[in-house]
Design a protein around this ligand. Sequence first.
Ligand SMILES: NC(=O)c1ccc[n+]([C@@H]2O[C@H](COP(=O)([O-])OP(=O)(O)OC[C@H]3O[C@@H](n4cnc5c(N)ncnc54)[C@H](O)[C@@H]3O)[C@@H](O)[C@H]2O)c1
Length: 324
Amino acid sequence: MYTILVTGGAGYIGSHTVKRLLDAGYNVVVADDLSTGHQSAVDSRAAFYELDVCNNQAFGDVLEKEQVEAVLHCAGKIVVSESVENPLKYFDHNVSGLNEVLKVVVEKGIKKFMFSSTASIYGNNCFNIKAVETTPVAPTNPYASSKLMGEQMIHWVSERYDMNYVIFRYFNVAGAELDSSNGLRTKNPTHLVPSINLTLLGKRPVFEIFGNNYQTEDGTCIRDYIHVCDLARAHQLGMDYLFDNGQSTIFNLGSEKGYSVKEVADTASQITGIPLIYKISERREGDPDFVLANAGKAREKLNWEPEYTLEEIIKSDFDWRKQS
Ligand SMILES: NC(=O)c1ccc[n+]([C@@H]2O[C@H](COP(=O)([O-])OP(=O)(O)OC[C@H]3O[C@@H](n4cnc5c(N)ncnc54)[C@H](O)[C@@H]3O)[C@@H](O)[C@H]2O)c1
């Protein structure tokens, strides 16, 4: 079976994907510096290397030793507000860091590359439409810009060195394994579903809704939520596609269903039977009113269909937080 190296495989999305790739029969190697990841999240069937993937020598040695045939690059910095505060850090990790990874991937002759990108590169351009992969991009913060630059770098490197790639633009990823064996381990998450659940569990005093004057029915932002296990399955299908000699391309990964912040909060209260203490705060800079996916291309070319509902996303994260 083929061997895949997952950078950032001890992180939230990486670790769920590692499990799915292993279940599908791939050999999996994880390279992670544990800056935000957790070794305990890594499936014991995977080989684990604690290293900074920007260390060319160490990264190259692992690719060679493990005879890696494809790389999934999940490693990166992901907090939008931090990127606004410290843009150079984001360009350092997500742009220069990716450049170092690509140098070694090219040097070692690896021809298959997969990349974690984000729907935030569409910025405000998907107002009241479902974004398709050709919707014009318009990043509104350094994090999104760094991811767009990453996409462009991969495109040009692949043109020159005959490398095939799949880029996934994730919409809002949430949820945990249904048996609570894994979930989002970030200490102080800013993501919506964990923030709501932490408040319901009494681990935070109040849930903040950032702005209720957006151009939506109830005034709160509308987003597209996708379960992390559905996302993991898409990566496995994407790897199958690359190993079947699929052409380089970009896929949106979203559920195609939009929920407002208030709807998510109300659903969480209903499912758990716990009233949610919330307050309305100021809008955050750069938050678009409406972000929704058209994932038709992934459905058609990868035969991928999201399985989990918003209720299952919320409930699995709640159960995971309750026991951890
Ligand atoms: N979580 C989301 O909702 C979301 C949405 C869109 C895109 N993404 C992208 O998905 C990817 C994974 O996100 P996540 O939510 O799993 O984040 P995460 O912080 O849980 O995972 C990132 C992992 O990368 C590791 N890492 C960072 N820099 C490294 C380096 N130089 N060398 C080795 N390891 C390094 C961290 O230790 C961590 O394990 C990121 O690239 C992110 O931009 C995430």
